[in-house]
Design a protein around this ligand. Structure first.
Ligand SMILES: *Cc1c(COP(=O)(O)O)cnc(C)c1O
Length: 379
């Protein structure tokens, strides 16, 4: 079976994990700090503003706490978002308001976001679909002018930029995912960035029991009675650990290699599929934009999409659609009418895209896809 997503892990990661075993320090410690520093350098921000946590979902929940969102507040997010973003908003008592997306990029335009904003809007939670930055720069500028906070769900955008500036650094808070299906993986893990230093400090407290604390592993910072508690807020425990951070450090050093490979697969798909009747490819990357090439998606008539997915599956090719529109999930009680999101959900299929694909794999994908499209077009 050709997977749609798959991590690349090897001897280097294994050696890094072995080193952590030998150090006997598995918890949050020196490797965690090193990973935060390396990731901050990758983003071009101060390491004090970056925090390694155990998932992107935890980061989204933290963001709602850091922004003190609650009852009566509205938060705008694209309907084509991962379920975690809406859950984070709904669980703090705020109301998720879903906005539409462009049916070809699957990202919302500034106009889509602005159309959902009311005088109760406190925040926007924006992702970068498939790693493509979309309108993030304009949306960030708009939010700043309106006094609305911007949270970037940067789970897809580990190596995405606009004019050299890293996605995730446009808004007030951002959170990345390193779960097993992402470009950079640590098993489970996430990074949180807060533009404001005091917000980042508070995020550190909220990620570990609400405790004001020195880093336990640095001897110099240990106080006279180091076991005493300084509880500032009542909070959970969502910190990362050295075992996964050690994997993350290796993966971060390999990120350019991963993204290059994903770009090559994307270019192959484009070259082979361009001009195919009944098939639409993702729009080209705008000048100055850089993507992480997290998804490669194709679009076709809604009447044949599921048949094509089934044909590919029968030929050992797994495909999927990310992300099923949230305005159609009854639990969120949305009454929004979002034709772009509906169209995206019916016409889009994400093809296998990962570093482990070889030439035979992608040739097989393209061949079977062509065959299926031709067969279905004749019906
Ligand atoms: C994967 C993903 C998440 C969740 O990440 P976890 O680290 O698994 O919590 C959130 N948002 C988007 C856009 C994602 O793709």
């Amino acid at each position: 079976m050709i997977n749609v997503f798959q991590p690349t892990l090897g001897e280097q990661e294994l050696a890094a994990v072995a080193e952590v075993f030998n150090s006997s320090w598995l918890g949050s410690g020196p490797r965690t700090r090193q990973f935060e520093e390396a990731f901050a350098a990758h983003l071009g921000v101060d390491p004090e503003n970056v925090l390694y946590i155990n998932s992107c979902t935890a980061g989204l929940f933290l963001a709602t706490e850091l922004l003190e969102l609650g009852m009566g507040d509205e938060v705008v997010l694209p309907s084509i978002s991962f379920v975690a973003a809406a859950n984070a908003v709904a669980s703090c008592g705020a109301t998720p308001i879903f906005c539409d997306v462009d049916p070809h990029t699957l990202n919302p335009s500034l106009e889509d976001v602005a159309a959902a904003v009311t005088d109760r809007t406190r925040a926007v939670v924006l992702l970068h679909y498939g790693g493509y930055p979309g309108d993030v720069a304009r949306i960030a500028e708009y939010c700043r002018k309106q006094g609305i906070s911007l949270v970037e769900d940067a789970a897809c955008a580990v190596d995405s930029r606009v004019a050299g500036r890293a996605c995730g650094t446009f808004g007030d808070i951002a959170t990345w995912s390193f779960d097993a299906m992402k470009v950079l993986v640590t098993g489970d893990g996430g990074m949180l960035y807060a533009r404001d230093r005091s917000v980042a400090d508070r995020a550190r407290r909220l990620s570990y029991h609400g405790l004001q604390q020195a880093n336990g592993f640095t001897k110099a910072q240990v106080s006279h009675r180091w076991w005493e508690l300084d509880v500032r807020e009542f909070a959970r425990r969502v910190i990362g650990n050295d075992l996964t951070a050690a994997i993350g450090l290796v993966q971060l050093s390999r990120l350019p290699e991963f993204v290059t490979k994903r770009r090559q697969v994307t270019e192959y798909y484009r070259r082979e599929l361009v001009g195919m009747p009944a098939l639409r490819l993702p729009p080209p990357l705008p000048a100055g934009h850089r993507t992480s090439y997290y998804f490669f998606w194709i679009q076709m008539d809604a009447a044949i999409r599921d048949k094509v997915a089934a044909d590919l599956y029968r030929n050992d090719i797994y495909t999927t659609f990310r992300y099923p529109p949230l305005h159609r999930v009854p639990a969120y009680g949305s009454t929004s009418v979002l034709p772009g999101s509906d169209q995206s959900a019916e016409e889009t299929l994400c093809l296998p895209l990962h570093q482990g694909l070889d030439q035979a794999d992608i040739h097989h994908v393209v061949t079977q896809l062509r065959k299926s499209l031709e067969a279905n077009a004749n019906h």
